[in-house]
Write a protein that binds this ligand. Structure first.
Ligand code: GDP
Ligand code: MG
Length: 597
């Protein structure tokens, strides 16, 4: 039947520029959903996603559209927009020949617009510009089209002004998808090969693989082989998302859909792997792509009302539908048995934390997140570590390397000064400055990941009054003048509090960390010295004075409800304490490092 009638495309955008709304409008316009089963934002299915307004899992939907008497099959692959989920964008784009780049007509080109364009260009996708929200009074479609021309290199003829909200221009856009985006190549006469571009786990159905068929076709009851692992399975169901899962007999070359094949665990499937026919396999696998990299690590220990097996059980469940989350057993002299967890970024970490509490009623004590480092030992070996406690003895260390990123910031020209000062304080090196228009600038930096992963985004938002946007991409590890800073509480080193800092600011940050700790750790009946040390050398110290009065005594005769609040707060706080020697350390103390950068 050929592939002439197929178009596979993604919608990419900076967050909130309207890709989910546009996806919904397209579903409506193509009659894929009726008013009755229409929910706001069909493609954002998880509760958490809905609440946070972000799309976590990419979804694929097949739509039918008629143009000039010919029926087309449009496969739309939705993608998330947050920096933590870059890899899902590349993943989705790997299955597409085209991408719609949505830009808010009242906001203009933002950092993720540019980052997503790079990803699309890398995968070879054809790009159509979509200028959205033209219904807004503040919309400036002409100015934004010029920005798109300058920053993205699209011409006016490749940009379509629309309102995803009202539907204006969306019909023309669907026509453009058919006329301007190429169909997939037709490899129907070759052996079966299909790219697995996503997968998720369903309690009733097991693993569901999202696939794009490239060579030949896939059909039910076919015996298939995953080329990466060499394992074989029999397809029990094959289908399309229309948008509900709809079984079909086969998927042909160029088509997008799902495969269920009695695969028990998500861990058995590698995203980017190739499915082929077991009896008549493809010669070589399809080009995969870079697996997601965990950028941020943190240790999770069971809190007071949670035990180790319960925590492990929750992690195992979480990992079955989030393959980018990793956990490995870890033990700490201070905190006992727990897990070292890897995340794509801080947002991803927050999402996992929140799910642990909400869905599994788990109480954890968590250490401050850290990036991973490379250690070159005196023997010339390179070791990757993702916790300060994993550092070998200083006498074995030849050099330390830290991860660097290419950081892009887009902002208004009047906020450049403040942003440059912020960036300098975070050891960022300016690579280039590019004016997108008279008032908007793109700043490109080379930056240490450790400096921008925690509070940089919040500081950036503050300085620019919410206006600046940023995005970053890992470029590699480089030698850096780093030191492990140990934190001693009551003369005892607490491994879970140690941090790796750049020597240029180790003293300042070490002191700030102690000041935070002093506030976070409640007074005890004895004085508690707090110290920061590099090697054996103390670089900063603070003291928690001994406790004398009842905390509530000064409230006697005062407002009773306030006193109750204090008591309640104390009680809540206690739930999350860990005793280290004779000192009680609350959960928030372990996160102190987050506020000291
Ligand atoms: P996403 O983060 O890119 O998926 O963006 P959403 O589709 O969730 O849209 C973000 C916000 O912009 C929502 O409040 C939408 O209702 C709103 N929005 C999307 N498209 C339009 C539009 O064309 N006009 C107006 N006025 N608002 C829109
Ligand atoms: Mg969305």
């Amino acid at each position: 039947m050929g592939t002439e009638h197929i178009r596979n495309f993604s919608i990419v955008a900076h967050i909130d520029h309207g890709k989910s709304t546009l996806a919904d409008r397209m579903l409506e316009l193509t009659g894929s959903i009726t008013d009755r089963d229409r929910q706001e934002q069909m493609l954002d299915s998880m509760d958490l996603e809905r609440e946070r307004g972000i799309t976590i899992k990419a979804s694929a939907v097949t739509m039918k559209y008629e143009l000039d008497g010919k029926e087309y099959m449009l496969n739309l692959i939705d993608t998330p927009g947050h920096v933590d989920f870059h890899y899902e964008v590349s993943r989705a784009l790997a299955a597409c020949e085209g991408a719609l780049l949505v830009v808010d007509a009242s906001q203009g080109v933002e950092a993720q617009t540019v980052a997503n364009t790079y990803l699309a260009v890398e995968t070879g996708a054809e790009i159509i510009g979509v200028i959205n929200k033209i219904d807004l009074p503040a919309a400036q479609p002409q100015v934004v089209i010029e920005e798109v021309e300058h920053a993205i290199g699209l011409s006016k003829g490749e940009c379509f002004p629309i309102s995803a909200k009202s539907g204006e221009g969306v019909g023309e856009l669907l026509r453009a998808v058919i006329q301007l985006l190429p169909p997939p190549e037709d490899h129907s006469d070759e052996p079966s090969s299909a790219l697995i571009f996503d997968a998720n786990f369903n309690d009733y159905r097991g693993v569901i693989c999202y696939v794009k068929v490239v060579g030949g076709k896939l059909r039910t009851r076919q015996k298939i082989r995953l080329m990466g692992t060499g394992r074989t399975y029999v397809i029990s169901e094959i289908g399309k998302f229309a948008p509900q899962m709809t079984a079909v007999d086969e998927l042909g070359s160029g088509e997008v859909g799902y495969v269920i094949a009695n695969i028990k665990e998500l861990a058995d499937v590698t995203i980017g792997d190739t499915i082929t026919d077991d009896a008549n396999p493809a010669e070589k696998p399809l080009p995969g792509y870079q697996p997601p990299a965990q950028m941020v690590f943190s240790d999770f220990y069971p809190g007071n009302n949670t035990d180790y097996p319960k925590l492990r059980g929750a992690f195992e469940k979480l990992a079955t539908n989030d393959s980018s989350f990793t956990f490995t057993p870890q033990s700490s002299p201070a905190l006992g048995f727990g897990f070292r967890c890897g995340f794509l970024g801080l947002l991803h970490m927050e999402i996992v934390q929140e799910r642990l509490e909400r869905e599994y009623d788990i109480d954890v004590v968590q250490t401050a997140p850290t990036v991973s480092y490379e250690v070159i030992t005196k023997d010339g070996e390179t070791i990757r570590i993702d916790s300060p406690s994993m550092l070998p003895d200083p006498s074995h260390i030849e050099a330390l390397k830290e991860p660097y990123v290419r950081l892009e910031i887009i902002t208004s020209s009047d906020t450049i000064g403040g942003i440059m000062t912020l960036a300098e304080g975070k050891r960022c090196q300016l690579i280039k400055t590019d004016y997108l228009s008279k008032t908007r600038v793109l700043l490109e930096y080379k930056a240490p990941l450790a400096e921008i992963v925690y509070d940089f985004y919040d500081l950036l938002k503050g300085i620019s009054h919410g206006y600046a946007t940023m995005d970053y991409e890992l470029i590699g590890f480089e030698k850096s003048n780093l030191a492990k800073v140990d934190i001693l509480v009551n003369k005892k080193a607490v491994d879970a509090l140690s941090v790796i800092l750049h020597r240029s600011n180790a003293e300042v940050r070490g002191r700030k960390l102690l000041q935070k700790l002093r506030k976070a750790i409640p007074k005890h009946q004895f004085e508690i010295p707090l110290q920061a040390a590099i090697g054996g050398k103390i670089i900063a110290r603070e003291t928690i004075k001994a406790y004398r009065k009842d905390v509530t005594s000064k409230l006697y005769g005062g407002d009773v409800s306030r006193k109750m609040k204090v008591l309640k707060k104390q009680k809540e706080g206690k739930k999350r304490m860990k005793s280290i020697g004779s000192v009680q350390i609350p959960q928030e103390a372990f996160m102190s490092i987050l506020d000291t950068s």
